[in-house]
Design a protein around this ligand. Structure first.
Ligand code: 9Z3
Length: 315
């Protein structure tokens, strides 16, 4: 398989990855010194941007706020208390400023984070509670590492660094790729240095971002379990494209979601066996309409992925 497209994409922009190498080394060191070696999940979250200028004033963005990633990371962190689960250490590769585990409700609606109990008395009960939960689930050293990205260039290069480092964890590493990754970009070499002049119409020619899933599964971390997401707005093509991701890129499973129903219904497609031509099993995960308030479909998504990871890790 040739990865020349991916290589030129990566080389095309200057991204500093040294700080991640340092943070990762310290994190993995702490994770290893835990009594019990825990599985590690890299959760990606939020949308990548595509800069239009090197000194970036304008950029192309997408809708993702990182809800899926934040809620899923919570479940992986909470899984530490689950029966039969040693618990996960989470590397959270998320868009700068997007939603964070345990804090997403307060971030989305600051009014719920504060309440006024009387004249001049401001209470921060919801926010304090959320911070306490965040702290108690992440305080153990080597439990949670936040790696923020903004551009699609940063996302891809940070993911590669993380994947190559986690390769040494073999089957114990899990990738849960919920970030909404740009499909098109402007190569660094073709990008203007300064702010594009506002005079006249703007015509852009964008290049296709090379698919990096194949590199992740076969070069960067070939023994890891990789679960990617597929997003479409047309239900008719969703499952076909999700299956293609398994067959083309060799991911272990795909969570297929349609934009508007993504919080209530997600189809899990699992490669049942070795090799890209293995049969694919489909199951539909739904949020029960009578579930208690505050229930989220991510509980089911992460539950199913943890089961899959456990099976794959035993092989
Ligand atoms: C997803 O499909 C996520 O579930 C959402 C979550 C982005 C829909 P929100 O952040 O939304 O909770 O608002 N993520 C993957 C989208 C993606 O870019 N997938 C690539 C593709 O479809 C494969 S890695 O080609």
């Amino acid at each position: 398989m040739s990865f020349s497209g991916a290589e030129s994409f990566r080389k095309s922009s200057p991204v500093d990855t040294e700080w991640i190498e340092r943070e990762l080394s310290a994190f993995l060191e702490r994770a290893r010194s835990q009594e019990e070696s825990r599985p590690i999940v890299c959760v990606t979250s939020g949308g990548t941007t595509v800069p239009l200028e090197r000194n970036c004033v304008r950029f192309i963005d997408n809708f993702s706020k990182g809800t899926r990633g934040a809620l899923s990371a919570e479940q992986f962190l909470k899984a530490r208390g689950m029966v039969h689960c040693a618990g996960y250490s989470v590397i959270f590769l998320s868009r700068t400023g997007s939603l964070l585990p345990f804090l997403s409700e307060c971030q989305e609606d600051m009014a719920t984070a504060f309440s006024v109990s009387g004249p001049g008395e401001l209470q921060v009960s919801a926010l304090a509670e959320a911070l306490r939960t965040f702290h108690s689930c992440t305080e153990d050293p080597g439990t949670f590492l936040h790696v923020p990205f903004t551009t699609v260039f940063e996302y891809v290069q940070y993911l590669e660094v993380i994947a190559r480092r986690l390769a040494s964890h073999g089957r114990l590493a899990l990738f849960y790729l919920a970030a909404a990754v740009s499909d098109y970009y402007i190569p660094w070499a073709e990008m203007v240095e300064h702010k594009i002049s506002g005079a006249g119409p703007l015509v852009l020619e964008l290049q296709k971002v090379p698919k990096l899933l194949g590199e992740l599964t076969s070069v960067w971390a070939p023994h890891a379990t990789v679960v990617s997401f597929k997003l479409e707005t047309d239900e008719e093509v969703l499952l076909t494209k999700a299956k293609a991701a398994i067959q083309k890129y060799g991911v272990d499973a795909v969570l297929a979601n349609e934009l508007h129903s993504r919080k209530e219904r997600v189809t899990l497609l699992v490669r049942a066996g070795e090799g890209r031509a293995a049969p694919i099993h489909c199951s539909v995960l739904r949020l029960d309409p009578s579930a208690p308030p505050g229930s989220v479909i991510e509980e089911q998504l992460v539950g199913a992925v943890v089961d899959l990871h456990r099976q794959r890790s035993r092989r």
